[in-house]
Structure formats: structure tokens, C-alpha cells
Design a protein around this ligand. Structure first.
Ligand SMILES: Nc1ncnc2c1ncn2[C@@H]1O[C@H](COP(=O)(O)OP(=O)(O)OP(=O)(O)O)[C@@H](O)[C@H]1O
Length: 278
């Protein structure tokens, strides 16, 4: 089993940035291994023979035109596709030594380890405090003081504490869209995941909120492995370390973001990043 995410990302750990040496070491570590992966909805094959390594403590952006399979792959990483009755897959998808696709994989445990942030902020219709406390209450046995500390830690980590600290008992739905999305990030990290999946996390936000979330994503990679779907080329180049370009259910190329944007190996990638299609 992979190392417990709550142990590696526990709020009591030092949250300061790792030294450059630490960062470069961990940057090379494999976190998610995808090999010869295929996925279908019924008889329609959405992903074909896709192989990709996702490295620890990096932001990996999935880019590509609509319908090319980005979200499908993202949603297999924490088995969100289990809720789609027609969805099935084969091949290898591992997080460290955990076989994600195995029927015996404990999906509740997997989703604690692999948090998800969706396109539209989706706070629960509860207070700000309760949104963040919800997961820890289910999974962790904490005393009230410890829970308070965890809620504060998560909100600070998600860069929204200063804006909400005086109204923790106010309804989360009263926050702005950008604040709600940062609250959802706080909710996701409160249960101690190792990986954060983000499916177009800024697409419903205004430019200022988008920049705030992008800054946050870039900072969070010191502690989390982040996989993000985005249609925004500038966003991919601003806040990802590596980029994977998908087309019609296949991975066309992947590599360091600078390389994919400035010297792509495939003409199709070049055309896409230059806005010639999609
Ligand atoms: N629940 C589903 N049932 C059937 N087909 C689906 C389902 N979800 C996605 N698909 C199909 O699978 C293909 C890949 O979809 P997916 O959402 O992964 O693409 P995407 O690259 O994320 O697109 P977008 O950028 O528009 O979100 C598309 O042809 C889509 O219509």
C-alpha cells in the first residue's frame, strides 16, 4: 500500500517550502504510473493505449481539444468513473504500489489519498467551518481543538483563511466564486491527500480569482502532486511543470511544459498550442 497520505501531509508537519535540493529530488519521483491504459463508455473507446508517468510534487496539466479524453483519464485516477455504469477500462494505473483499477482497491481510502476539485465550486450548503470539518469528522477521530486546528490549517493552506476567519459559521454559499473554490481546495486537503485532481478549476472564475487559484496551485505542489485539466494555454504554461497533450483519446506528447509550448515534437501539438485548432 502507498504511504499514508495523512501521514505525509498531516497538518502538524512543517508546511514551509522544501529546500531546492529536496524539491529537485522529489521532482523525479514517480507518483502515478499509467501504462497501456484504455477506457470506454459502453462500446465507445474514449482513451486508447495511453502511457504516462506523473511525477511527485509537480503540477501536470492535461491539455487538448474538447472530447479528447482529459477528464476521463483524470476521473479514472480516483475511480470517479465508477459512478458511470457504462464506464470500463483496462491497462495499468498505479499510485505507488496501489493498483487503482483493481476491484479489491478500497475506493474510500483511494479518494482520501486522491482529492478532487471540480470545474464549478461545489461547497456543501453548510457553514464554512463545516465544509472543511466534514471529511475529517468522517475519517479522523479528532478532539474539537484538533479539528479547529485542522480547519484553520486547511483554510490557511488554501489561501482563504484571512478572508473567512471572522465568519467561519457563515454559510459557505455566501462566499464569492473564487473564495468558494479555495474553500473546496481546503476541504479537499483537510483529509490529507497526496494527490489533487483539478478539472478546469478556474473555468467558472473571474480573472482575479483565476490568478489567485493559479498562484495557489503553484504553491500547493510543494506538498501535493497535482493533475489539472485546463483549456487555458496560458494557465498551463503559468502553473504547470509538465504538460500532456491529448488528441482524440490518445496522448500525442508530454514533457516539461516549456518544451511542449516552445519546441513541441509533434506538429499537432504545435498547431494546438498556437491556437490553430481546438
Ligand atoms: N458519461 C459518459 N458517457 C458516454 N460518453 C462519455 C461520457 N463522458 C465522456 N464521454 C465521451 O468520452 C469522450 C471523452 O470525454 P472527456 O470528457 O474525457 O473529454 P475532455 O477532453 O475532458 O473534454 P472537455 O475538454 O470538453 O471536458 C467524449 O467523446 C465524450 O463525449
Amino acid at each position: 500500500m502507498p504511504q499514508s497520505a495523512s501521514a505525509t501531509n498531516a497538518p502538524t508537519t512543517d508546511t514551509s517550502a522544501p529546500s531546492p535540493a529536496d524539491a529537485s529530488q522529489s521532482a523525479e519521483e514517480l507518483c502515478i504510473e499509467i501504462s497501456h491504459f484504455n477506457a470506454w463508455y459502453g462500446s465507445f473507446q474514449a482513451i486508447h493505449d495511453l502511457s504516462l508517468d506523473i511525477r511527485r510534487n509537480q503540477v501536470t496539466a492535461f491539455i487538448g481539444p474538447s472530447g479528447c479524453g482529459k477528464s476521463t483519464l483524470l476521473r479514472w485516477i480516483n475511480r470517479m468513473n465508477d459512478i458511470v455504469p457504462t464506464a470500463h477500462s483496462n491497462g495499468t494505473l498505479r499510485i505507488h504500489d496501489l493498483d487503482v483499477l483493481s476491484p479489491s482497491t478500497d475506493v474510500v481510502h483511494l479518494r482520501r489519498q486522491v482529492g478532487m476539485v471540480f470545474q464549478k465550486p461545489n461547497p456543501f450548503p453548510k457553514t464554512i467551518y463545516e465544509n472543511v470539518a466534514f471529511g475529517p469528522r468522517l475519517h479522523l477521530k479528532l478532539r474539537r481543538g484538533e479539528l479547529d486546528e485542522l480547519v484553520e490549517w486547511s483554510l490557511r493552506k488554501a489561501a482563504v483563511w484571512d478572508e473567512v476567519k471572522d465568519r467561519l459559521n457563515a454559510p459557505a454559499l455566501g462566499l464569492s466564486g473564487g473564495q468558494q473554490q479555495r474553500l473546496c481546495i481546503a476541504r479537499a486537503i483537510a483529509v490529507g491527500p497526496e494527490i489533487l485532481l483539478m478539472d478546469e478549476p478556474c473555468s467558472a472564475l473571474d480573472p482575479a480569482s483565476t490568478l489567485a487559484i493559479e498562484d495557489l496551485i503553484y504553491e500547493l505542489r510543494e506538498q501535493y502532486t497535482i493533475v489539472m485539466v485546463t483549456h487555458n494555454m496560458q494557465q498551463a504554461s503559468r502553473c504547470s511543470d509538465r504538460t500532456a497533450f491529448f488528441f482524440e483519446g490518445r496522448l500525442v506528447e508530454s514533457g516539461p511544459t516549456d518544451d511542449v509550448f516552445t519546441k513541441p515534437q509533434q506538429k499537432r501539438t504545435d498547431d494546438y498550442v498556437r491556437g490553430r485548432f481546438g
